[in-house]
Each structure stands twice: as C-alpha cells, then as structure tokens.
Design a protein around this ligand. Structure first.
Ligand code: PLP
Length: 374
C-alpha cells in the first residue's frame, strides 16, 4: 500500500534534530509562550514576507482570531466559498456573523471574483446584512485570484482574510501565500504542507494594530498583564513544543516544496491525455504548495474503489459543499444554488501526495488510473 501522506519518511529524516529540539524545551521548561514561539513567529514572518505572525492553537482559531479582532458580529455578512473545509465558514457563525456563499470558478475551484461582486450587490439590495469581509480559500494549496478579489473588496469596502491553511509556501505573482490579503490564517495540522505533531496555526498580517489585538485575544483578551482583561478572548496559544518541532521542519520546508512540485509535474506527465480526467491547473502567475494533487473524473467513485483494490489510497475533498451541510440549513440554501462547487464535489479525487513520493510510485499510480478510466 502506498501511503496517502508519508509523515514517517519526513520524521526519519529529521528525528535527531526534532528530539534534540524537544529536549531543549523539556530542560528550560517554558512550555507556554517559550522562546521557540518567539523565534518561530519571526522566522515565519520572514519566510512569508509579512510584518507580523501571531501563532495560535489551530488554523480554525487563526481564522477566528482575525474575525474577532475585526469585531465581526451579528448583522455582518462574511462572503466565502462553499468548496472548503467546514472550519472556514464555521468561524463566521461562531463570531456571530452570517456566512454568504459565493460559487467557485471551474478552472481552479477557488472563489469566483465576478460572483463575489454580484453577491455583495445582492446583500446590499436586500438590506438585512452589512457586507464586512471575504474569506477566499487557497484550495489544495493554490492561491485564489487575489488581484481580482482584492479589487472587488476595495471597491466594496470589504476586509479580506486569506484562508491559507493548505497553501503555506505557495506563491502568487511572486509573493508568498499568507501575504496576499489584509490578514491570512494558516494551519500546522500534521497533514498540511508545514505540519507539527498536534494542532497549531498562525495569523499573518502587516497590520500592527491587528496583530496586537490578536495577541491579546489569544490569551483571554489580556491587557497590560495576565490578570488585566480588556476584551473577551480565547485560550488560543501554540505550545512551545510544537513551535520547537516547526522550527526544525521549516529548515527543510523550501526543499520539500520543490519535491512536491516535482511530484505534481510527474503526475501531470503520467496522466495527460486521459479523456475522462481533468488535471489540476498550473496558472502562470501562481505556484501551488501542493497540499493535494487533485484530479476530477466523472467516474470518480469507481476510480476510487478500484484504486483502493490496487493498494492506492485516495481522498475526497470535499464530498459535500458547505451550503448543503446540515449545520448551515438555517441559511436556506438548496441543491443547485452553487452548481460549480456541487459539480466539483461529485468529481473530485485527491491522489497520494507528499515530498517523499518516489518516481516509480507516481508511475505505478498513473498506470493504475489509466487502466481504470483510460
Ligand atoms: C485544515 C483547514 C482549516 C483548519 O485548520 P485546523 O488547524 O485543522 O483547525 C481551515 N481551512 C482549510 C481550508 C483547511 O484545509
């Protein structure tokens, strides 16, 4: 069986360094907000090309911290894509705002800037909600079209929060994911391109005031000291141990990104020309972090089943778009409201992807796919 994601290969490579880094934390004993957290925030900011990084307990809390800092609440419309993990829209409801779903483009499954403009106009003409923010999602690791989205947002007075949970390390017009909007949230969940050994996340921004507010929010809304509480916050810190692990993984991350891209190119070579398949795009102005290598097939279910029989695991991200989730039934969406996202959900299939996938494994997977749907 080929692993879908091979965390063991990476761990074998880094084991000595990671154990030593963890030992240093065990010895100094500053398990909460220790020196590794400070060092990681500086290095992540330099890597992504932003002024401020606020690490936190998960990608979900990273999204939530930004919305809380912007004081998103009842009566606020927050626009986002239905073609994402639940967390992206969950935090909108948690903050008290209302998610407004905007369908995606067929070319890359990211939020469609033209439909965003239309959705904002519709919310304005209804007059019940105030348009506040938009959360584009860099699905599978590929940045959304920020030039177009930021233009609409500027015209409409919206704040833009980049959901870079899958795209840390990606580029858009030369800039790194995480630096493409007013603020960005990323995740260090183990399966993400840069993962730790538990839950973790970060918010990235150039806005100093915003960063300060989020630093307060992640420690129960603290003011001048721990027992001075100036706002309602959360317990949302990143553990020092996780920061120590991430510092080691960050050293090899640029090389791992290159390996992921090489795997993606090998897949495209091996799969091109199969009529039933749509392969992921390589837009000239973007470089994906290749969190997933995702293909689309009308015969998706049969393909997945027969690949499994051939010892090749796959995953479906995501089988049900968020506007059709039970948790959001009160929003009143129905089947057919987001036709592009719905079609993507019916045909999407992610193949094994990690930096240590060998060329002969990629070849074996491509041959298996070709023999099933070729
Ligand atoms: C993983 C993910 C999140 C949430 O990150 P966690 O660290 O698991 O909380 C949010 N958005 C997207 C698009 C994700 O893939």
């Amino acid at each position: 069986m080929i692993p879908f994601i091979d965390l063991k290969a990476q761990h074998a490579r880094l084991e000595q360094d990671i154990r030593q880094a963890m030992d240093r934390v065990l010895l100094h004993g500053q398990f909460i907000m220790g020196p590794e957290v400070v060092a990681l925030e500086r290095q992540l900011a330099d890597f992504a090309g932003v002024q401020h990084v606020v690490t936190c307990s998960s990608g979900t809390d990273a999204l939530l911290l930004a919305l809380m800092a912007w004081e998103v609440g009842p009566g606020d419309a927050v626009f986002t894509t239905p073609y994402t993990f639940i967390a992206t829209a969950e935090v909108i409801s948690l903050s008290g705002g209302t998610p407004v779903f905007v369908d995606v483009t067929p070319s890359d499954c990211t939020l469609d800037p033209a439909r965003l403009e239309a959705a904002v106009e519709q919310v304005r003409s209804k007059g019940e909600l105030r348009p506040r923010c938009v959360i584009p999602v860099d699905i599978y690791g590929l940045p959304a079209d920020y030039e177009a989205i930021n233009k609409v947002a500027a015209r409409e007075g919206l704040l833009v929060l980049e959901d870079a949970a899958q795209s840390f390390g990606a580029r858009y017009q030369g800039r790194r994911a995480g630096s493409l909007a007013h603020a960005a949230a990323t995740s260090f969940f183990p399966a993400k391109p840069l993962g730790c050994y538990g839950d973790g996340g970060a918010v990235l921004t150039d806005d100093e005031q915003l960063a300060e507010t989020m630093r307060s929010l992640r420690v129960h809304g603290k003011g001048g000291h721990k027992y001075d509480n100036v706002r309602i916050g959360i317990n949302g810190r990143l553990d020092t141990l996780q920061a120590a692990i991430l510092l080691q993984k960050l050293r090899i991350f640029p090389e791992e990104l290159q390996r992921r891209e090489a795997v993606a190119r090998a897949y495209v070579q091996g799969l091109q020309g199969i009529e039933d398949l749509t392969l992921p795009p390589f837009p000239h102005d973007r470089r994906s972090a290749w969190a997933q290598f995702t293909i689309f097939s009308k015969e998706r279910d049969r393909l997945q089943q027969e690949l499994r029989q051939a010892g090749i695991p796959t995953a479906i991200y995501y089988p049900r778009p968020l506007h059709l989730q039970t948790a959001f039934r009160d929003l009143g969406y129905t089947q057919g409201d987001m036709p592009v996202a719905e079609a993507c959900s019916r045909t999407t299939l992610s193949l094994p992807m990690h930096p240590y996938l060998a060329p002969d494994e990629v070849a074996r997977i491509c041959e298996a796919v070709a023999s099933i749907v070729g």
